[in-house]
Ligand binder design. Structure first.
Ligand SMILES: [Mg+2]
Length: 275
């Protein structure tokens, strides 16, 4: 059994149908206890995950689901899921705080792997919860925005590049100090709040780099964007320039950078300079 890309798109669309109408409402932001990923779950997160699980259970498939609120859960028959090594890595809403407050930058992120490492990710969907645009990729077959194939930009560091940063609140100023000389070389710097969507912005050439220095950055946020960016010709790597690896798990967390191909060596060099 292998899940089809259309099934993954439908999964994201089902979440969109329920979540889009309540973006920015008080219903969306009602708070609950911490989800497995460590963030406070809001009504909108729980609703999105409930639809996810219902859709999967109706489809009668056997799979390990790794999802932000619930953590790890086997859907269907656990033995069969272990045997076929099918894993779905989902952030039902990436950018929950934006979604709750009505800031139009949030997404559904769904990655499908056959195997247990980041390299096993075969298909990915990131759906923009505001515009309903779907970014998607199948390994070896390119990356797409709706029907159009997308590619990273060809800009180098002297070509007025755009960069997004994401920093933990606790060490924000220390982090900014460390990357000050890098940021000064970009034309514009943004902090938008949905890592999944930002990886897609780089994939379609709207932005050149993303530096995410949060140690708490979770696999569920970036697994789909990782494949989409890679298929669009970009790179996402550990800060030291090593390839992203590690067992697919709710506990996998890591800082990283992502960029078009032209900026990779600039970022590795400058992120790892002795201070
Ligand atoms: Mg989330």
């Amino acid at each position: 059994m292998e899940l089809e890309i259309d099934f993954l798109k439908q999964l994201a669309l089902n979440i969109y149908d329920e979540v889009h109408p309540i973006l920015g409402t008080s219903k969306a932001s009602q708070k609950f206890s911490r989800g497995a990923g460590g963030d406070i779950s809001m009504q909108i997160d729980l609703l999105a995950e409930k639809i996810l699980i219902e859709t999967l259970e109706k489809a009668s498939i056997n799979i390990l689901l790794i999802s932000e609120e619930i953590g790890e859960k086997y859907i269907g028959n656990k033995e069969l899921a272990l045997k076929n090594k099918n894993v779905l890595i989902v952030d039902p809403i990436d950018g929950s705080n934006n979604a709750a407050r009505g800031i139009p930058y949030c997404s559904v992120s769904i990655a499908y792997a056959i195997g247990s490492t980041a390299n096993s990710i075969k298909k990915a969907v990131v759906l923009d919860l505001v515009t309903k645009d779907i970014f998607w990729a199948v390994k070896g077959e390119g990356a797409y925005l709706n029907e159009e194939e997308i590619y990273v930009s060809d800009l180098g560091i002297n070509d007025r590049c755009y960069c997004e940063i994401n920093l933990s609140k606790k060490s924000m100023f220390k982090n900014i100090d460390n990357i000050r000389s890098i940021l000064q070389q970009f034309h514009r710097v943004r902090i938008l709040g949905s890592s999944a969507l930002t990886l897609c912005q780089i994939a379609k050439g709207s932005m050149e780099a993303f530096i995410n220095l949060r140690d708490s950055n979770r696999l569920v946020d970036v697994a789909a964007g990782f494949l989409i960016l890679q298929e669009a010709g970009g790179k996402m790597m550990f800060i030291n320039g090593d390839e992203i690896n590690g067992e697919l798990s709710i506990n996998l967390r890591f800082p990283f950078f992502a960029s078009n191909l032209k900026l990779v060596s600039f970022l590795i060099k400058n992120l790892n300079q002795e201070k």
